[in-house]
Design a protein around this ligand. Structure first.
Ligand code: AMP
Ligand code: MG
Length: 278
């Protein structure tokens, strides 16, 4: 049984029913050991996917400030071959980006066949920060849910596997992490007054996240609500979800490789045969 079930959108969820402290009774050392094994498996799957060139993977990471998007990326990427994975980070849109539809900059960063891309923030900011700060009228952000669903359908129809993770922390945990950053010279570069201002909008963000999760979870592009007050549990949940999502493709990728291998060998045999005749 998976630690966290992907949301299929059939039953509406309430974020307040999901405890950010949850860790399934696991202890940190066991979770770290399990994560390490899963990351090994993920690397193997990544290599197969790269070789087969049939599928790509898009991982969307969203969460409140300090939730641990950077930490989750660091963890997942340690297991992967840099050859076929990358991170795309989305900040406040530039003037050129803002002059296009909100998916324009996103589409340019989607993964090509054989590779995995992690979105550090994403098109979902356009129904989150944009809504909370009333950067566009309600009619505009409401219209974006179906635009996002259609966009993700397009990617899935073109062989992209999509996994979306909401890195879920509590408001108290955020406060602790913000204060801890002030005490740690290696983290204080991340400090920003803006984080404390954003914190005042906590409830509005939670509502915006809840609506986005309910509006855009479908079996082929599910959200996972990742309990993330414990970083080691967050990492384990993400590693497990990735392995569970990619494992079903293993057979197809292997078959593809075997076919390619047979073809290449036949070509070599033909070449050698023609050389011996010379
Ligand atoms: P960080 O991830 O801490 O570097 O911050 C990036 C900032 O860019 C966050 O405050 C996001 O809310 C903001 N951002 C990202 N995408 C958008 C968007 N489409 N519209 C407005 N703000 C955005
Ligand atoms: Mg920030």
């Amino acid at each position: 049984m998976a630690l966290v079930k992907p949301l299929d959108g059939k039953n509406p969820i309430k974020l307040s029913d999901h405890d950010p402290d949850y860790h399934n009774g696991l202890i940190e050392t066991d979770a770290i050991a399990r994560s390490a094994k899963l990351l090994e498996e993920l690397r193997e799957l990544q290599a197969l996917m790269y070789a087969a060139q049939e599928t790509s993977v898009l991982v969307v990471l969203q969460g409140m400030d300090t939730a641990g998007k950077d930490g989750a990326i660091g963890h997942v990427m340690t297991g992967l071959n840099p050859q076929s994975c990358r991170v795309a980070s989305f900040k406040v849109p530039t003037a050129i980006e803002a002059g296009h539809d909100f998916l324009w900059r996103i589409h340019q960063q989607t993964p090509q066949l054989g590779s995995l891309t992690i979105f550090n923030r994403s098109h979902y900011e356009d129904v989150l920060v944009t809504r909370v700060h009333q950067l566009v009228p309600p009619k505009v952000w409401k219209g974006r849910y179906s635009q996002i669903r259609n966009f993700e359908d397009l990617l899935v129809d073109n062989s992209t596997i999509i996994l979306k993770f909401f890195i879920h922390i509590s408001k108290d945990e955020q406060k602790e992490r913000l204060l801890a950053r002030e005490q740690d010279a290696t983290k204080s570069w991340k400090l920003s007054v803006g984080d404390w201002h954003e914190r005042e909008y906590w409830d509005k963000y939670q509502k915006a996240y809840q609506d986005a999760l309910n509006e855009t979870s479908v079996p082929h592009a599910p959200w996972y609500i990742v309990p993330s007050n414990h970083k080691w549990f967050r990492n384990l949940v993400i590693a497990e979800a990735l392995v569970n999502a990619l494992s079903p493709y293993r057979k197809s990728w292997m078959k593809h490789l075997e076919l390619e291998g047979t073809k290449a060998k036949a070509e070599l045999d033909a070449m050698r045969a023609s050389e011996t005749q010379k």
